[in-house]
Write a protein that binds this ligand. Structure first.
Ligand code: AHG
Ligand code: MN
Ligand code: MN
Length: 344
C-alpha cells in the first residue's frame, strides 16, 4: 500500500473555492458556501446515478413536467437533491428548476440569501436507462430586488450577462464538474476513493475552430434555410479547408457541449419550423443556454441564438426556449455568415 502521506492529491475544489474567496476583496464566504452546496448536491446525484441500475430509480416517474416532457425518476431525485442542498445553504432567496413551473421558495426554516439559481437538475434524461452520459447544469445570479421582499420575476428574469457564475457536471465515465465565476473556466474530476473533486482541467480554453458538428439531423427538414446550407457546407468539404467535419451527437447537451469545449467544434439546436412546441428550439434559455454560453465565452468561444448573443437575449418568462448555436469562435462565426446571407 503506497504511503498516503507522500501522495500528492493536487488541488481540491474546496482549496480552489477558498483561494478564490481570499483573492476576492470583500468576499464574505456566501458565494463559497453556495458553490459548496452545489458541489455536495452533485456528489449525491452522482451516487444516485451510479447505482441507478441497481435500485428502483430507472425509468419513468409517471408524471409530465412543466416542459410537457415525461419525468424520469432520476429527474425527480436530482431535482429534490439540488433544492434541498441549495435551500439548506442559507445563501439563496429562490430557485428556478427546469422541472417546476414556478419560482421555488426557500423553506422558512432556512436563512434567505442573496443568490438565485436556475438549474436543470438532470440534462439528457432520455439517455438515463441506456447509461449514456447525463448531467446537471446551473446558473447563478444575485437578487436585484430589496432583501426585505420575497424574490420575484424581476430577479428571475435577468439576462445571461448578469450571471455571477455558471457550470455543469457530467455523470459519465468519470464525474467532471466544470464551472466559472468570471475568472476563466476550471474542470474538476471526482476521485470517488476520497469523495473529492480534484482540479483536472485548469483554465480551459476552447480551440478557435474544430472539426466536429453536433446537431440532430433527424430534424433536417424542419430547419431554416441558412442552417441547412451551413450543415450541407460542412458535409461537402468546403474549399479553403478541404476537410469534412465529423458528426457527433449524444443527445445529452452537457456531453455534446463538454466534448466540443475540449476538442473544438459547434453544437446547434436550431428553431424547429414545423413543431409548434419548438418554434424557438427545444433548449431552455435560463437553465441550459445561458449557463453554457457563460462557460463558452469564458473559454474563448461564442454562443448565439442566430439573431443575437445568447447572454443578451431578453428573458420574458422563466421557461423560455431559444435556438442555441455554441462552440468554437470560428465555427460560430462561419454559421453567422450563412445566417446573414454573406455566404450561401
Ligand atoms: P433534458 O433531458 O434536460 O430535457 O435535456 C434534453 C435536451 C438536451 O440534453 C439535448 O441536447 C436535447 O434535449 C436532445 O434533444 P433531441 O432528442 O430532440 O435531439
Ligand atoms: Mn436539459
Ligand atoms: Mn433536464
Amino acid at each position: 500500500m503506497a504511503d498516503s502521506s507522500q501522495e500528492n492529491i493536487g488541488i481540491t475544489i474546496s482549496n480552489h473555492l477558498l483561494l478564490n474567496q481570499q483573492l476576492s476583496t470583500g468576499a464574505t464566504g456566501s458565494y463559497t458556501r453556495l458553490l459548496q452546496a452545489l458541489v455536495l448536491a452533485c456528489k449525491i446525484i452522482q451516487r444516485d446515478v451510479a447505482k441507478a441500475g441497481l435500485v428502483d430509480v430507472l425509468g419513468r416517474a409517471g408524471t409530465i413536467n412543466v416542459q410537457g416532457e415525461e419525468v424520469q425518476k432520476l429527474d425527480e431525485l436530482a431535482n429534490t437533491t439540488v433544492k434541498r442542498r441549495l435551500s439548506a445553504s442559507g445563501e439563496c432567496c429562490g430557485l428556478i428548476s427546469e422541472e417546476e413551473a414556478d419560482i421555488i421558495e426557500i423553506p422558512r426554516q432556512y436563512p434567505q440569501g442573496n443568490y438565485l439559481v436556475h438549474f436543470d437538475p438532470l440534462d439528457g434524461s432520455s439517455n438515463i436507462d441506456a447509461n449514456v452520459s447525463i448531467g446537471t447544469i446551473f446558473s447563478i445570479y444575485r437578487r436585484i430586488t430589496p432583501a426585505t421582499n420575497d424574490m420575484d420575476l424581476q430577479d428571475a428574469l435577468q439576462r445571461g450577462v448578469e450571471q455571477v457564475g455558471a457550470g455543469y457536471v457530467i455523470y459519465g465515465s468519470s464525474c467532471i464538474l466544470v464551472f466559472s465565476t468570471g475568472q476563466g473556466v476550471n474542470g474538476f474530476t471526482l476521485d470517488p476513493s476520497i469523495g473529492e473533486f480534484l482540479l483536472s482541467h485548469p483554465n480551459i480554453k476552447t480551440p478557435a475552430r474544430g472539426k466536429i458538428y453536433s446537431i440532430n439531423e433527424g430534424n433536417y427538414s424542419y430547419w431554416d434555410e441558412p442552417t441547412k446550407k451551413y450543415i450541407d457546407y460542412l458535409k461537402n468539404g468546403y474549399a479553403e479547408h478541404k476537410t469534412n467535419y465529423t458528426a457527433r451527437y449524444v443527445g445529452s447537451l452537457v456531453a455534446d457541449f463538454h466534448r466540443n469545449l475540449l476538442y473544438g467544434g459547434i453544437f446547434l439546436y436550431p428553431a424547429d419550423l414545423k413543431d409548434p412546441k419548438k418554434p424557438h428550439g427545444k433548449l431552455r434559455l435560463m437553465c441550459e443556454a445561458n449557463p453554457l454560453a457563460y462557460i463558452v465565452e469564458q473559454a474563448g468561444g461564442l454562443a448565439t441564438s442566430g439573431r443575437e448573443r445568447i447572454m443578451e437575449v431578453e428573458p420574458r418568462y422563466i421557461h423560455q426556449r431559444t435556438p442555441l448555436i455554441i462552440g468554437s469562435p470560428e465555427d460560430v462565426r462561419l454559421y453567422q455568415e450563412f445566417v446573414e446571407g454573406r455566404r450561401s
